[in-house]
Design a protein around this ligand. Structure first.
Ligand code: IDP
Ligand code: MG
Length: 137
């Protein structure tokens, strides 16, 4: 069993598709073992995406992530990290395979509906960034 961090980003929350996105996870063998809805502040969003701080899109990414509430979840299942990335689809929704979350619910590379950890090591760090062990059941 693996755990990974998922975030439903502000664009998808605004579109009222939280339930539809969660259904993709639950229908594909991923269990929600922790979940909260919150509004990120600039410092928190910047720290979460610190790995991208030198990329040209960093400021836009942070502004986007604080533009509205997000839903942060820990997903658990077999090969959860890879499974979640498959369900999400390509970073650019225009390149994402039909039937993936980003192809179906996202508009653009900056407003792309979901975040998902890209490795088991990053998943552990990202889960610890948002949740204490007692919040994961
Ligand atoms: P990922 O979310 O598929 O893992 P990353 O490369 O880790 O993609 O980038 C993090 C986020 O930064 C993306 O989900 C997207 O919102 C934003 N992003 C990535 N590349 C670009 C870009 O070229 N232009 C604008 N935003 C981008
Ligand atoms: Mg990434």
């Amino acid at each position: 069993m693996e755990q990974t961090l998922s975030i439903i980003k502000p664009d998808a929350v605004k579109k009222n598709v939280i339930g539809k996105i969660i259904d993709r996870f639950e229908s594909n063998g991923l269990k929600i073992v922790a979940m909260k809805k919150l509004a990120l502040d600039k410092a928190t969003a910047g720290n979460f995406y610190a790995i991208h701080k030198d990329r040209p899109f960093f400021n836009d990414l942070v502004e986007f992530m604080i533009s509205g509430p997000v839903v942060v979840m820990v997903l658990e299942g077999k090969n959860a990290v890879k499974k979640n990335r498959e369900l999400m689809g390509d970073t650019d929704p225009k390149k994402a395979t039909k039937g993936t979350i980003r192809a179906d619910f996202a508009e653009s590379i900056d407003a792309n509906a979901v975040h998902g950890s890209d490795s088991l090591e990053n998943a552990k760090n990202e889960i610890a960034f948002f949740f204490s062990q007692t919040e994961i059941k």
